[in-house]
Design a protein around this ligand. Sequence first.
Ligand SMILES: Nc1ncnc2c1ncn2[C@@H]1O[C@H](COP(=O)(O)OP(=O)(O)OP(=O)(O)O)[C@@H](O)[C@H]1O
Ligand code: SF4
Ligand SMILES: [Mg+2]
Length: 433
Amino acid sequence: MPSIPDSRANTEGGCEMIQKPLLRVRDLETRFFTEEGQVNAVEKLTLDIHDGEVFGIVGESGSGKSVTARSVLGLLESPGRVTGGELWYRDETFADTVRADHPDAVDGDYVDLESLPSNVRRTLRGTHFSMIFQDPMSSLNPSIPVGEQIAEAVEAQRRARANPRSVASRTQGYGLSQYLMSTVMGSRKYVKSESLERAVELLELVGIPDAPLRAKEYPHEYSGGMLQRAMIAQALAGEPKVLIADEPTTALDVTIQAQILDLLTELQEETGMTILLITHNLGVVARMCDRVGVMYAGEIVERGTLADVFDDPVHPYTQGLLGSIPDLEGIGARLQPIPGNVPSLLDHEMGGRCYFADRCPKAMEECLEHPPEFDVDGSSHHATRCYLAETTYSEARALDADYFGSAEPLEDAADEPVEPARSDGGNTEEDSR
Ligand SMILES: Nc1ncnc2c1ncn2[C@@H]1O[C@H](COP(=O)(O)OP(=O)(O)OP(=O)(O)O)[C@@H](O)[C@H]1O
Ligand code: SF4
Ligand SMILES: [Mg+2]
């Protein structure tokens, strides 16, 4: 029988984090088996996420953020597959529900979602886990009025709660199969009037004006900001414990982005739900998150509290991201490109070195061996996959600038400390490392 891995994370984040994590992700690996070869999209990803916190995942395009979210939700489509790791979710009632049929997946009040059959895991969607996508049309059906779709989500969750083993929803899933299903299954027969009333309440909650009227309109009659609000309402229909928001505001202009982020903050404070927020935008992280994981080439290369990562970054990639934007207060401030290219993630091209070595201004001989995760300064909550957590940069051991060929490392970053621009005046110590 598997058991929950020992975790220093019971104290992660300091005394306020003493409760057991809600989610414990251990060594999660996701692969895509493509014609070009195996893509290692998520690589040995380890994380704890706590009740009621907002955890941010930030990184450049192609670093594996969305695949991580889909892996957590069990929403990968072929040719993608989770090939390793554990995903422990703490919920006493759910553990009791599945214990008899799947004893090997349960340890106390934790369930390893990766050990469950997909039809059982699917029952968690909507009620326990919900997702907001970057593109609202991924989860809103263009041919059904918005209110009716939200009512369906409410109805599905009402039925799922009445019978936790059922998978009766037309809308709790995402993607094409759900869309096709919805076109052949009558809606009105499925939805009770209480669910329609709740849908209007949810639209009001997310700030849609004239909600009773707007509920009858189709998605194409909504503006981008309103669609995003409607999608949030749909995601909240089942009162989920965990909301995964994948770039929830990227397509919107800055004013609407700010409104949607404020809305998420208000809802989070009201409901106490946990949010996993995925973004390119360090300004959004600074504004919303309690803790953050920086992702590069499928790995979390640095994680910690906001203060750990913003004020005392150790990994040169984190330093590069922070140094590349002038103002973290502005939510419009997106990451600037760092010189060099994000690796393809194709297994046969990745090699056994630190994946950032070809772009790193501090690459040394030891970096030719892939770094494990190190605690930073003995901290239980700040960790990084970089030798600089334990070793001082040494020019004597530095790799030649052209060691990896043409990749250009971060300009002068080895010589000058990077000062993350933060209004609270935090300074960095990375140059001493
Ligand atoms: N269906 C797929 N088939 C093959 N490879 C895929 C597929 N989906 C994602 N990948 C690969 O997985 C890696 C991670 O992709 P992912 O979408 O998670 O990146 P991301 O960090 O979310 O990027 P972005 O910020 O652009 O959304 C990329 O190399 C991508 O090419
Ligand atoms: S392990 Fe080495 S190459 Fe990788 S980020 Fe750290 S210093 Fe740079
Ligand atoms: Mg993405």
